[in-house]
Design a binder for this molecule. Structure first.
Ligand SMILES: [Zn+2]
Length: 321
């Protein structure tokens, strides 16, 4: 069974790229990926701490360099994923595909040329913003929801043309709706949950968003973050469990359709993980839990990875036309 995770922050956790994914205290390590039978991980270059790195572009560049350092260091294990076929190629070679994404469109610093360069470096998924609004769009955590800016509209159309997946996981509601309208591709939220089950969390998608995303052939990867899974009505000491992840998957499948749902763990970017999903070796437990609840095997395969690869193929197919 293919296992695809559409968001992690391992690059952020990487203190020393020369030691790579060998720290077993992290959610993600080569050994844990092997143990979990993982097919593809999406590594996000993070670009929203200018105070630490001088500029957004500088921090983003460090993320890309770290990503390539990982590919070099683990060249017997990792294989860069530039298209869905690379994931199948990696699987048949007993390797793990690695996709490069960006979390925080601040990295462009308002210049489309940087997007072109990033695409040449292998960028295949682009998060328009992280936790603050930028030159592209409003983020979901800020009061003023101005949606997409003029530059943001240019970015969306250019991502469409290049076949870069536009990630709306941190986008505001207006940004979501305006991008859904403008883009030729179905909306993607690589690591979000269902707002109806966790109403005080703007990072999660409303039922209307999920329905629209499903109708347009989009994709949503369930986030394993405790705060996105349980909230409102739960006592503070309530620990999220794998059952909560399954609850969100089932709710998202109800509104978006089972073909639009996948996994977006946010591993190594979240401090509290669900009981039963403590690290990336435990992805298969989700498939087991869905099967126990009577899910059809084909639908389980979809959620575990095939849905994302089909979505990615559709983005590339439309871009090529
Ligand atoms: Zn995120």
């Amino acid at each position: 069974m293919l296992i695809v995770d559409t968001h992690n922050d391992a690059l952020l956790e990487l203190r020393d790229p020369r030691s790579g994914l060998t720290d077993e205290t992290h959610h993600i390590s080569i050994e844990k990926l092997r143990c979990g039978g993982v097919s593809m991980m999406t590594f996000a270059a993070f670009s929203s701490q200018p105070e630490r790195y001088g500029s957004m572009l500088h921090m983003g560049a460090k993320g890309v360099d770290d990503f390539y350092a990982l590919l070099d260091l683990h060249q017997d294990t990792l294989l860069q994923a530039l298209c869905p076929q690379d994931v199948y190629r990696a699987q048949s070679a007993g390797r793990i595909a690695a996709m490069l994404s960006v979390e925080g469109g601040d990295v462009l610093e308002g210049d489309l040329h940087i997007l072109h360069l990033w695409h040449r470096l292998g960028l295949r998924m682009f998060g328009l913003c992280w936790s603050r609004s930028n030159e592209i769009c409003a983020c979901c955590l800020e009061q003023k929801d101005f949606g997409l800016t003029d530059f943001g509209r240019e970015v969306v159309l250019e991502c469409d043309r290049l076949g870069i997946i536009i990630d709306l996981s941190h986008a505001s509601d207006n940004t979501f709706w305006q991008t859904a309208e403008l883009s030729a591709h179905g909306p993607c939220a690589s690591h979000s949950c269902a707002r109806a089950l966790c109403p005080d969390q703007p990072r999660n998608l409303t039922d209307e968003m999920l329905t629209d995303l499903g109708c347009r052939g989009g994709y949503v990867g369930v986030n394993f973050c405790h705060n996105f899974l349980v909230g409102g009505g739960y006592p503070d000491d309530h620990l999220a469990t794998i059952e909560d992840v399954v609850r969100h998957i089932e709710h998202m499948a109800e509104f978006a359709g089972v073909q639009s749902v996948g996994l977006g763990s946010d591993f190594d970017g979240i401090s509290r993980v669900p009981v039963g999903l403590e690290d990336c070796s435990q992805f298969p437990a989700i498939a087991d839990a869905l099967l126990r609840r009577g899910w059809k095997e084909a639908d389980v395969r979809g959620v575990m990875g095939e849905n994302f690869l089909r979505y990615w193929s559709s983005v590339l197919h439309k871009a090529a036309r």
